[in-house]
Structures are given as C-alpha cells and as structure tokens.
Design a protein around this ligand. Structure first.
Ligand SMILES: Cc1cc2nc3c(=O)[nH]c(=O)nc-3n(C[C@H](O)[C@H](O)[C@H](O)COP(=O)(O)OP(=O)(O)OC[C@H]3O[C@@H](n4cnc5c(N)ncnc54)[C@H](O)[C@@H]3O)c2cc1C
Ligand code: FES
Length: 271
C-alpha cells in the first residue's frame, strides 16, 4: 500500500504568473493513477525547506494538475524561485472536497476572495465539463485590486457558461476597471437566487466567509447547503499531529471543506 506520508516528485512543466506574488505551476507526476477531487489539497514542499498545504487549482488528468501558490513565507518563497523543469515534492491528496455530486440538478453560487479562487477553479472546470448537470451557476469574486485577480485570461471564457461578478476593494488611479468596487457581500444583491435550490461554496479570508455566510442566511439559504474551505497551519496533513485542530475537527482530515454550520461558533475561529 502507498505510504500516505511519502512525498513524490512533481516536475514543473509550466509556470504562469497570475499576479505580483502568485503563480500557477503546471505539474506532472509519474503516478498516472493519482486522482483528486475539487477542494482537496496536497502537502507541497522541498526536502530541507518544509511543506505547506496547497489546494489543487485544477482538475487532474493522467498525473497532470496545477497548484496556484502565493509567495508569503518560507516554503512558498522557496518555490517562487523555481523554473520550468525544476522539481517540487507533493504528497496527497488530502481532505474533503466540494460536494459537487450532491449539487447535481441544483444551482450553485461560488464566492471567492483573493487566492480563494484557486480551490474553486477545479469546481468551475468540472461544472464546464458537465454543464448540463447543473442549473444556474454564479461566481462572485473579490480581490484587493484589479491586478490581484487570478486566472484573468480564463474568466471571459467562463462567462459563456456561468454568470461572473467581479469586485475589488480599490482601483488605482488611471487603471481601467469596468466591474464593481466594494465588498463581495454587496454583490449578493446584484443577482437573484432560489435559496432552497442553491448550493454555495465559499473560499477566502475567514472574515469574508463569515459575512458571506451571514448574508446568505439572511437571504434564506439552507444551512445544509452552505460550504466553506477553512485554512489552518498544518504539519502532517493526516490527522496525526493536531496542528490544524479547529474545535473537535481536524481541518486536514475532516476539512478543509466543511458545512458552515459544522464549524461555526467554535472557540478558536472567527466564524
Ligand atoms: C487546506 C489549505 C489549502 C491551501 N491552499 C493554498 C493555495 O491553493 N494557494 C496558496 O497560495 N496558499 C494556500 N494555502 C495557504 C498556505 O498553506 C499558507 O500560506 C502557508 O503558510 C504557506 O507556507 P510558507 O511556509 O510559505 O509560509 P509560512 O512561513 O508558514 O508563513 C505564512 C504566513 O504565516 C505567518 N506565520 C508563520 N509562522 C506562523 C505561526 N506559527 N503562527 C501564525 N502565523 C505564522 C507568516 O508571518 C506569514 O505571514 C492553503 C492552506 C490550507 C490549510
Ligand atoms: S495537520 Fe496534523 S493533524 Fe492536521
């Protein structure tokens, strides 16, 4: 049986700069049986440097997949210096996934903040692949500024099949911006939903997820259909070390995707 703690080599077959501090790495591993569901993550790193949990930002095809990584600290700054052809190490996939199969036949609302769009991109790819399986699909995406938005070269393509609303906190002087300015919660008023028929998947800073979830409940979304992806510091990724504990839950094993109602009102969280 495969040792779940054993990292494997992932060759970088392409690198795309998304924003000033974020790049998307196309990776290829030798394990053609490797598979992951949207929302799951790998522990990504390099021997002697360390590891960090990183969501898959694409679906997986024959050992090929992508990670979109913001350079913020020890591991991610090390990876930021990699070039095409270099190797990073991954182990996984770990954790829970967005419940796309349960959402079949329903509407879906995706709400992303900043790099939180990365774990939702495989959901979008999967929806586009089997578009007829879902009803109305809406993406609301917020960023600090227009040059912080991920996957800009793909968003216009997504608009052919799903409704996309973009908003930013601020627009630098002189920059052209045709979409909204303000909080993602304000955009909830811009579209009409059928709350009892809509699954919502939220990913972004915890404070944003809190206010989006509250906004949805005010609009009578069902607590059994509002999901979010939680971030916690991780070491083992397999529920052995306790680093990621959130109340009685291990974010690495029971999450990162949770029903909002299962992780709200716990002592160590904002939610
Ligand atoms: C399930 C999951 C999925 C994720 N997916 C992605 C993804 O797709 N893309 C992505 O870019 N990121 C993702 N992250 C976030 C990423 O794992 C973190 O940013 C990680 O900390 C980066 O590791 P690092 O070693 O580069 O940075 P670190 O050295 O860990 O530093 C990161 C930040 O944390 C602060 N910090 C360092 N040590 C501590 C400490 N002990 N306590 C509190 N704060 C500390 C640092 O000052 C810095 O601001 C995900 C996290 C989780 C849990
Ligand atoms: S990361 Fe070790 S228990 Fe979750």
């Amino acid at each position: 049986m495969k040792n779940p703690l054993l990292p494997i080599k992932a060759v970088i077959t392409g690198i795309k700069r998304e924003t000033e501090d974020t790049k998307t790495y196309s990776l290829s591993i030798e394990d053609s049986l490797y598979t992951a569901r949207p929302g799951q993550f790998n522990m990504v790193g390099y021997p002697g440097v360390g590891e960090a949990p990183v969501s898959l930002s694409s679906t997986v095809s024959e050992g090929n997949f992508q990670h979109t990584i913001r350079s913020v600290g020890r591991v991610t700054e090390f990876i930021d210096r990699f070039n095409k052809g270099d190797v990073m190490y991954v182990r996984g996939p770990y954790g829970s996934c967005w419940p796309l199969n349960s959402a079949v036949g329903n509407d879906i609302l995706l709400v992303a903040g900043g790099v939180g769009l990365a774990p939702l991109r495989p959901v979008i790819q999967e929806i586009l692949r089997r578009r007829d399986s879902f009803g109305m699909v809406t993406l609301i995406c917020g960023s600090r500024s227009p040059d912080n938005i991920l996957f800009t070269s793909e968003i216009d393509g997504w608009r052919k099949d799903i409704a996309v609303f973009l908003t930013v906190d601020e627009v630098p002087d002189g920059m052209n911006w045709q979409y909204d300015v303000g909080l993602v919660t304000q955009l909830l008023n811009k579209t009409t939903f059928k709350p009892e028929e809509t699954f919502s998947f939220i990913c972004g800073p915890e404070i944003m997820m809190l206010f989006v979830a509250r906004g949805l409940f005010i609009r009578e979304f069902l607590p059994s259909r509002v999901y979010l992806s939680l971030e916690r510091r991780m070491e083992c990724g397999i529920a052995q070390c306790g680093h990621c504990q959130h109340g009685s839950k291990f974010v690495c094993r029971d999450g990162p995707v949770f029903l909002y109602k299962d992780v709200s009102r716990l002592p160590d969280g904002l939610l």
